[in-house]
Structures are given as structure tokens and as C-alpha cells.
Write a protein that binds this ligand. Structure first.
Ligand SMILES: C[S@@+](CC[C@H](N)C(=O)[O-])C[C@H]1O[C@@H](n2cnc3c(N)ncnc32)[C@H](O)[C@@H]1O
Length: 294
């Protein structure tokens, strides 16, 4: 081992006990569920330990119990937000699962375009409720811009894309719209890369015309979101899997209330609503599934 590495790991051990007790795990698990809805089963002890260790080192806490007490008594919520940031999984990539974007392009944009052209609607409103670093809402924006190339009767003014997340860090990165070569390589075709990004030395920046189409905003799904107003399409993808059954039911019910009559919901490829609600009809297009509120 390099000498500096040995010194670093020794000082980490000196600063904190990175083994979590079962009691500490239960306290932190309940705290996390209360503040962001993420439900951690007992096989996730290692996850809490590994994800919170950096925070322990940063603050010089000696035990997980100390981290918990400080978070509970911190009136500024700074530590609470750091715990949430550390525990959330922000994995995302461009055009994830492909089908939702094919369904927008081949089915839903056509339907809404007809209504706009015939004067029966003015806008298409889409909400991405756990947007991470922006790949999902920007993929929707690029899908729409591509659709406009074949349908010039519509314009970017006919769509509103709202992207929300609980994490300030991912929202900051999404708003920035700058991606390194690894992030940019995940799911994006060369054609879209060239058309919708400016290439710097090591960083790709999303073009202003795409960036302008997405509004980012902080929102915890545990809190009321009725103030966002009715939406035509909601993307709630790869987030329900982290929540308890009760919280899944609650969110799906509140999303149904936020959707316009006959509005649409997209979930992640491994997620389903079947066990949680009967408020939606399942729809199919090609190999993709989506849901329409009844
Ligand atoms: C795995 S990412 C999914 C990103 C994107 N939807 C996708 O499918 O690629 C999950 C996101 O949900 C966010 N999240 C976790 N709990 C949340 C909550 N209670 N309210 C809002 N966002 C939350 C996380 O910060 C993270 O960015």
C-alpha cells in the first residue's frame, strides 16, 4: 500500500467507528424514511454504512448514533439534507429504456399535436418527478425537438417540461446541463450528440434551445405537489422501487389527481402499479408499457 494511503485509512479509523449497530441502523432507517420516503430493509445495513461514512468523516462524528442525534437536533436541516443526498441513488442515463420516448414520438405527440392544431389545447405539460441530473427531462425535450422536424406546425412554445428532485446537487448539475464523456456516452446516439450538444475539451454542454425547454425545481415527493397544477404526462421512473408499499400507493393516488383526465403516466422498466392501485389502465405500444388515468 502507498504510504499516504496507509496514513489516510488509519486516520479514518481514528476519527470514527464505521460499523453501525442494529439499533443505530433502525434509528437512521426510520429517520430516512420519515424525511424522504426511502424504505431500507435490513439487508441494506452495508448501504447505510458505506454511504454515510464520508459524512461521518467530514463532520468528525465518532459513531452513527452521534450522526443521528446531530441530524435530529439540527434546526437548519443542513445535516438532514446531506444524509438524504448521501442515501439517494441518482443513477440515470439518456433515453433510459427507449420505449417511453418512442411512445411520445409515435403516439402521444401526434395526439396532442392534433388537439393543438384544431385549437382544442394550447400546451403539452410534462412533469418528470425524480429527474436526477437531467438526462430524462432533456431526453424528452430532444424527442420533442426531433418530432418538430417532421411536424413544423408545432413549436417549442407548445411544450412545458418541469423537472423536480429532492436533491439540490443533482438539480444544480441538471440546470448546468454539462456532462463528462462517461455521462454523455450513456444512451445518446452520435446524431443527437452532434445536434443537441456543444463539445468542449472534456465536457459536453446541452444547447441553449434544449436547456430553455426544461424548468428545474426542488421537490420532495413526500410533500404535497398539488400546487404544480394539472399535467398531461408524468414521468415517475426508477423511484417507486425505493419506497414502501403505502408510500407507493399514496404517490400513485396523488399523481392520478394531478393528471389531466385521460393523462398518461410512465414508470421505470422494473416498476409496476398492479399491486398498488386500480386508477390507471395499462396501455401498450410496440414493446413498451404506459398507463392512462381512468
Ligand atoms: C434512480 S434516480 C432516477 C432518475 C430518472 N427518473 C431515471 O429514471 O433515470 C432517482 C432520483 O429520485 C430522487 N429522489 C429520491 N427520493 C425522492 C423524494 N422523496 N422526492 C423526490 N425525489 C426523490 C433521487 O434524488 C434521484 O435523483
Amino acid at each position: 500500500m502507498q504510504t499516504w494511503l496507509k496514513e489516510k485509512s488509519t486516520s479514518t479509523q481514528a476519527c470514527c467507528n464505521t460499523m453501525i449497530s442494529l439499533e443505530e441502523f433502525h434509528l437512521i432507517r426510520d429517520y430516512i424514511q420519515k424525511h424522504c420516503g426511502i424504505h431500507l430493509t435490513e439487508d441494506k445495513v452495508y448501504l447505510v454504512e458505506t454511504r454515510l461514512t464520508t459524512l461521518m468523516i467530514e463532520h468528525g462524528f465518532k459513531t452513527f448514533g452521534e450522526l443521528y442525534s446531530k441530524a435530529v437536533s439540527d434546526n437548519t436541516n443542513t445535516l438532514r439534507d446531506k444524509v438524504i443526498e448521501a442515501i439517494t441513488t441518482n443513477e440515470t442515463f439518456w433515453f433510459r429504456d427507449l420505449h417511453p420516448f418512442g411512445i411520445l414520438n409515435e403516439v402521444l405527440f401526434n395526439k396532442f399535436a392534433e388537439e393543438i392544431v384544431s385549437g382544442n389545447r394550447t400546451k403539452i405539460k410534462i412533469w418528470c418527478c425524480a429527474c436526477s441530473t437531467g438526462q430524462e427531462p432533456y431526453s424528452i425535450a430532444m424527442t420533442y425537438l426531433d418530432y418538430l422536424r417532421k411536424n413544423p406546425s408545432l413549436s417549442p412554445d407548445h411544450i412545458e417540461i418541469l423537472a423536480t428532485d429532492i436533491s439540490s446537487t443533482v438539480l444544480f448539475l441538471g440546470k448546468l446541463g454539462r456532462y463528462d464523456s462517461l455521462a454523455i456516452s450513456r444512451g445518446l446516439s452520435d446524431e443527437f450528440k452532434d445536434r443537441y450538444f456543444d463539445k468542449g475539451e472534456k465536457v459536453w454542454s446541452i444547447k441553449d434551445n434544449v436547456k430553455r425547454m426544461v424548468k428545474f425545481q426542488k421537490l420532495n415527493l413526500q410533500e404535497s405537489f398539488s400546487h404544480l397544477g394539472r399535467h398531461d404526462i408524468i414521468f415517475c421512473r426508477n423511484i417507486l422501487i425505493y419506497f414502501s408499499t403505502e408510500f407507493k400507493q399514496d404517490i400513485l393516488q396523488r399523481i392520478a389527481a394531478l393528471l389531466q383526465p385521460n393523462g398518461y403516466l410512465f414508470l421505470g422498466a422494473s416498476e409496476s402499479i398492479i399491486m398498488y392501485t386500480d386508477q390507471y389502465d395499462m396501455m401498450r405500444h410496440a414493446m413498451g408499457l404506459y398507463y392512462q388515468v381512468k
